[in-house]
Design a protein around this ligand. Structure first.
Ligand code: I3S
Length: 128
């Protein structure tokens, strides 16, 4: 389904480049595929677009689309346990739809900000 920007969308709440991989899809384990991804948190939605390079950012000209979005409502965010990844600063996101993602950055300040933002999002939208 095509991504159609809504002119009434509130401004993005947070964005930046993170390393991301899915580990579970519809409750089934999938092979890790770490990719650098432009990540946007908007309302209760987390959007991922292909990493830098290529030029146009998807929100810029409205031409390119997010690769992948997840609905955080009813989901959970936690620091990933050591057995989930050998990388440091890894956040595990679980959605109600049975998707599990790992998101990571080498920058601990940046990843802590994301952790807080994601936790806030989940508690803000917990009654929806
Ligand atoms: O949890 P895993 O399977 O040890 O994850 C690693 C693999 O996905 C590996 O790819 P291949 O097994 O396809 O070669 C990746 O290169 C690693 O980055 C994965 O582990 P980390 O610990 O980096 O999440």
């Amino acid at each position: 389904s095509a991504y159609v920007p809504d002119p009434n969308d509130k401004p993005s709440e947070k964005c930046g480049v993170l390393n991301v991989t899915k580990i579970t899809e519809h409750g089934k384990k999938v092979r890790k595929n770490w990719t650098s991804s432009w990540t946007v948190l908007q309302g209760s939605t987390l959007l991922f677009a292909k990493g830098q390079g290529g030029g146009t950012s998807w929100f810029g000209g409205g031409q390119s689309k997010p690769e992948f979005t997840v609905d955080l409502r009813g989901g959970s965010v936690d620091w990933a346990s050591k057995d989930k990844s050998s990388k440091k600063h890894v956040i595990e996101v679980k959605t109600r739809q049975g998707t599990e993602l790992l998101i990571q950055s080498e920058n601990d300040v940046l990843i802590n900000d994301w952790y807080r933002a994601l936790q806030d999002t989940i508690s803000t939208h917990s009654d929806e």
